[in-house]
Design a protein around this ligand. Structure first.
Ligand code: AMP
Length: 508
């Protein structure tokens, strides 16, 4: 196989982006605040922001921590970092000042860029860490922008140099900083342009947050390198997305975008006539949602699979069978295997095991955590994703759950996904999660949290009795908790760690 960057003359991701879209006077981004940017405007904005960062004291290799609302400047800041040789470190806007302290103390950024309303709360932290504190609001104002009065000369970073540190979302433990190089991000963006056939004719509805790999890299970099443009929305709104579809060609979303669109009476074949592609990822898309969407619109949602540490790994085909409930096949230049979780010996098709990945997309390790980095790679260099799954004889990957979600009850291993599929099929259940909590006899007890359909009444004892018919006794939940809602993070992932913690005393 040819090397991923064969034939590229660019030295780093900024140069690659400049040769694709950089200086041209074609539209790139139209924001819902009324502002629009051509590629040239956007590139110049990134250059000015790089100037402001340098003026605040940043030097090549320094981290720039950013906790701001979504705006064109928020993504231009990433490009400012690649141009200046700085390392971009985006932080979820939901993090509290105490949580931000952990990241800032861990990453030691030279500059902290925050929303103006947060500046007071973070001033002491910035001073303690000797980081310059700048502000940026969601309509292009703040001290970062007022300081952006000049341009810098681009830093000659190499493919292997760090471009970003993204802290993992930490649904199973403390967040770790995944170090991503220029080459990691560029190779993935090129793979996605190719796999999803993006061109300069594309118009993407961008309604994802931009502190996470999905909205920040997958959506933006793919459009930037293909020369397409974006209808940039600061938040997802079903009516708004429906209104934009006649001018757009594509949507990238998390599964909740699609369940929300399905609740919209305007979602019909006619309404999506102009669209060529709907993509979903970041959390599992229920096969049911896939089928319902296809029946309503005639479009098979294209599901793909990735993670902070690797960007995207697999995708259902652009041309070919998009199989509901699967995440498709490895992207160009990326190898995916399923291996025995203990020995890392590859397993045969259709056998469940640990999903492992190798390729130019795989990160350089966890920031200042060589021990965790070593634990997460096999001796022959495969990244151990922590996701369990299998590969069909014809190459489609199916994810069966997170290894860390595994429940060990009375010495038996239970994969929550298996139980979740059975409960999901029960009448009256809207959503659910299965997890383990400590149990005096069994070590852990399989436990379910369910949310009922409006108007449906769920009876715990009757549900457990019904499950007994389909599942081995050790797999049956010992308790089913009926809740109003499940705890989810901003990307729509159910936070099982929160459930495990909240109900840890359930069995005394
Ligand atoms: P994050 O690092 O926050 O992007 O989370 C990555 C994790 O999200 C992966 O390791 C998977 O467990 C999960 N994930 C991402 N995409 C999918 C998908 N299409 N189906 C199921 N799980 C997914």
């Amino acid at each position: 196989m040819a090397h991923w960057n064969e034939g590229l003359s660019a030295r780093n991701f900024a140069e690659l982006a400049a040769t694709r879209g950089g200086p041209v006077q074609r539209p790139f981004l139209a924001c819902d605040d009324g502002r629009s940017f051509t590629f040239a405007d956007f590139w110049a904005l990134a250059g000015r922001l790089a100037f402001a960062l340098k003026a605040a004291g940043a030097r090549p290799g320094d981290r720039i921590a950013v906790q701001v609302e979504k705006s064109p400047e928020a993504i231009a800041l990433f490009w400012a970092c690649t141009r200046g040789g700085f390392v971009f470190l985006p932080l979820n806007t939901a993090y509290t000042a105490a949580e931000v302290s952990y990241f800032v103390e861990d990453a030691e950024p030279a500059v902290l860029v925050v929303a103006p309303q947060r500046a007071d709360a973070l001033a002491a932290l910035a001073a303690r860490q000797k980081a310059a504190l700048l502000t940026l609001d969601d309509v292009g104002g703040g001290t970062l922008v007022t300081g952006a009065t000049g341009l810098i000369e681009d830093h000659p970073s190499a493919w292997d140099d760090l471009a970003a540190i993204l802290y993992t979302s930490g649904t199973t433990g403390r967040s770790k900083g995944a170090m991503l190089s220029h080459g990691n991000l560029a190779s993935n963006a090129l793979a996605l342009v190719e796999a999803w056939a993006f061109t300069e004719k594309d118009v993407l509805i961008h309604a994802l947050p931009v502190y996470h790999t999905h909205g920040l890299f997958v959506a933006t970099n793919t459009l930037l390198l293909s020369g397409g443009r974006m209808l940039f929305r600061r938040k997802f709104d079903g009516d708004d997305v429906m209104r934009l579809m006649p001018q757009a060609t594509s949507l990238m979303g998390v599964p909740t975008f699609y369940t929300r669109l399905l609740q919209h009476p305007g979602l019909t074949r006619e309404a999506v006539q102009h669209m060529r592609l709907f993509i979903s990822g970041s959390a599992p898309l229920l096969a049911e949602t896939h089928k319902e969407f296809s029946a309503r619109t005639g479009h098979a949602i294209l599901e793909r699979y990735g993670m902070t540490e690797t960007s995207m790994n697999t995708s259902n085909p652009y041309k070919g069978d998009r199989r509901a409930g699967t995440v498709g096949m490895p992207l160009p230049h990326i190898a995916v295997r399923v291996a025995d979780p203990q020995t890392h010996t590859p397993l045969s098709a259709e056998t469940d095991g640990m999903i492992e990945v190798k390729g130019p997309n795989v990160f350089k390790g966890y920031w200042r955590n060589p021990q965790k980095t070593a634990e997460d790679f096999t001796r022959d260099g495969w990244f151990i994703t922590g996701d369990m799954g299998r590969i069909s004889a014809d190459g489609y990957v199916t994810i069966s759950g997170r290894a860390k979600d595994l429940v060990i009850t009375g010495g038996f291993n239970v994969y929550p996904k298996e139980i979740e599929l059975v409960i999901d099929a029960m009448p009256g259940v809207v959503e659910l999660a299965v997890f383990g909590v400590p149990h005096p006899d069994f070590g852990e007890a399989v436990t379910a949290a369910v949310v009922a359909n409006p108007g449906a009444a769920l009876d715990e004892a009757a549900m457990i009795a019904a499950l007994r018919k389909d599942l081995a006794a050790f797999k049956c939940p010992k308790r089913i908790l009926v809740l109003d809602e499940l705890p989810r993070n901003a990307m729509g992932k159910v936070q099982k760690a929160v459930l495990r913690d909240k109900w840890k005393g359930l069995f005394g």
